[in-house]
Ligand binder design. Structure first.
Ligand code: HEM
Length: 420
């Protein structure tokens, strides 16, 4: 009976999207349909043309404006959920996303527990692992010549890092990666009954791996994130909050970084002169290429905030408990802030910080790690595969919140390299 109700709700939601997207031209619905799913940026422009704050058909607001996005993300009168809802998981949530999904004071308390795992000293300690992983993956890819950039390069790197960060034992790493990918892939929502069942199975299996790990680290603490989190148990974090926090670190750290690497390589191969520039000076330009990708084609396209009270913004009043959808991908191309906003240019000195990692108290805690992974990945790719080229069309993931390729066939010719 529950499954039937779930299926009915899912199909009704799909019908609504098709109707409102194709018939009523509602921009938020059009994001889920072709061609908006492939290229949301044209739709963001229509939102921007509608004003700073545009009402949505579900009674909330959406903004494509950089100044409005930026100020709402930093405004403490907004939260990630209604101030009325406390405790784990808003109604209807399938997964507890720990402090990503909490308002202060819970957010402040839980984030403080996770933060030490991302200190500059800890992050710097990952450089060796990242360089080794990148080189091993590129060795294997070069031996093949033609390969899919996502499963062969972009995905295994963040998995290796997050496995190490959490301290997952070697024997569990394979299962951990597989189930983590299933859960990460569902960030955008559940596509159907079969997907829901797959997700439940993956989530249960992952919980088993993480629960075993938590038990192990209670007995034998090590220098990893789980041990650091456990050190705060009872005092700053309840036992029941530990598993969701580990899950958050996995999901937030994995799916996003894969797409950053995929989007960066995709943009660079679409702009061959800039790929050539990067190959000529990888040590200097890899970081700039990563930052420009984060601005121009960010892996996380939007987030949302809920008003705790009636608040004036963008010439409108956002009522208490109304949400504002902050279109990060649109704000990063706001022509009132960035010159040639729609142009990918790794040489630019941007007029403002992009919002790819959000802003305010929920600013991505893993940003330095994501940057380090992506910069090393791009630098080594440019150094070792300057002749990298497409070997087929990319296929994008069927998602609107997370943006990136799921299949990315490429070719790199080893013979040309060895003759250098
Ligand atoms: C390119 C890679 C990444 C991108 C684009 C990204 C993006 C984001 C964004 C936009 C948010 C805030 C969402 C909001 O304001 O509602 C966020 C939060 C978060 N991210 Fe990342 N992220 C990335 C990598 C990582 C990594 C590698 C980790 C950890 C290993 C991580 C862990 C987190 C956590 C724990 C939060 C919650 C912060 C909070 O609510 O206070 N992220 N990320």
């Amino acid at each position: 009976m529950q499954a039937l109700r779930f299926a009915a709700a899912l199909y009704r939601a799909r019908f609504d999207i098709v109707y409102h997207g194709y018939v009523r031209r509602d921009p938020m619905s059009r994001l889920h349909l072709k061609p908006g799913r492939d290229n949301p940026y044209a739709i963001y422009d229509t939102v921007r043309a509608g004003g700073d704050l545009v009402p949505t058909r579900l009674g909330n607001y959406v903004t494509a404006s950089y100044p409005i996005c930026s100020s709402i993300l930093r405004d403490r009168r907004f939260g990630v959920r209604s101030s009325e809802i406390n405790g784990p998981g808003a109604p209807g949530d399938s997964l507890d996303m720990s402090f990503l999904d909490r308002n202060p004071p819970d957010h402040t308390r839980l984030r403080r527990v996770a933060q030490p795992a991302f200190s500059p000293r800890q992050i710097g300690g990952y450089r060796g692992l990242i360089e080794r992983s990148v080189d091993e993956l590129l060795d294997r890819a070069l031996a093949k010549g033609t390969f899919d950039l996502v499963p062969a390069f972009a995905a295994p790197l963040p998995i290796a890092v997050i496995t190490d960060l959490l301290g997952i034992p070697e024997a569990d790493a394979g299962r951990f990666a597989k189930h983590g990918a299933t859960i990460g892939g569902a960030i955008d929502g559940i596509r159907g009954l079969r997907h829901a069942a797959e997700l439940k199975a993956a989530s249960d299996a992952l919980d088993t791996v993480l629960t075993d790990l938590i038990t192990l680290r209670r007995q034998e603490p090590a220098d990893d994130a789980v041990s650091h989190i456990l050190a705060a148990e009872g005092d700053q974090i309840q036992s029941s909050e530990i598993l969701p926090m580990c899950r958050l670190l996995l999901v937030a750290g994995f799916e996003t970084t894969v797409n950053l690497i995929g989007n960066a390589v995709n943009a660079l191969l679409d702009h061959p002169a800039q790929w050539a520039d990067l190959c000529a000076d990888p040590a200097r330009l890899a970081e700039k290429a990563v930052e420009e990708t984060l601005r121009w084609d960010p892996p996380v396209q939007r987030t949302a905030r809920c008003a705790f009270e009636d608040i004036e913004a963008g010439g409108r009043v956002v009522k208490r408990d109304q949400f504002v959808i902050t279109l990060i991908g649109a704000a990063n191309r706001d022509p009132s802030v960035f010159s040639r906003a729609g142009t990918f240019d790794i040489h630019r000195t941007p007029e403002a910080d992009h919002l790819a990692f959000s802003g305010g108290i929920h600013y991505c805690v893993g940003a330095p790690l994501a940057r380090l992974e992506a910069v090393i990945a791009l630098q080594r790719l440019a150094e070792r595969m300057p002749n990298l080229r497409r070997a087929g069309a990319i296929r994008r993931r069927n998602a609107t919140l997370i943006r990136g390729p799921i299949e990315f066939p490429v070719h790199a010719d080893r013979r040309v390299l060895t003759s250098h």
